[in-house]
Design a binder for this molecule. Sequence first.
Ligand code: GLN
Length: 185
Amino acid sequence: MKIGVLAIQGAVREHIRHIELSGYEGIAIKRVEQLDEIDGLILPGGESTTLRRLMDLYGFKEKLQQLDLPMFGTCAGLIVLAKNVENESGYLNKLDITVERNSFGRQVDSFESELDIKGIANDIEGVFIRAPHIAKVDNGVEILSKVGGKIVAVKQGQYLGVSFHPELTDDYRITKYFIEHMIKH
Ligand code: GLN
């Protein structure tokens, strides 16, 4: 099985490392045609406005909307997967959620928190960097984790989204879960 990491912005190498630690082949995806070679795609964090602009420019939006490719979005990648984004439009429309960007307050630009993630583990270190949270979920979306009452991890069909950066720790259990439980073999 081959797992791609969208390689137009953000922490690409770190995600590829987690894919390899999980026992699979990780590929940096720079061109739309490469999407045909992979079984699942990780959308890394970064800046969602930049990510959206570059995805438009390279034709990723159209192709990803057509495909049923399983996807895992982290931080800005979660924002890109959402149907609604507070005060702006949604983008890929794969997760029936409303996200609020930079929503943990200006004073707390980044923080870490131990997370209980349903079905995965109860001791995952979450690294949050100017993170969004999920303000609203529609029917069919499963809430996997919360921090201080705010939803930070969800799943719907073959789409997984988290507010934080799992790739910045050595713990690759979420990536392994995505590959082994959310991609049909
Ligand atoms: N603040 C960024 C945004 O709104 C996300 C931050 C991140 O991916 N670490 O797009």
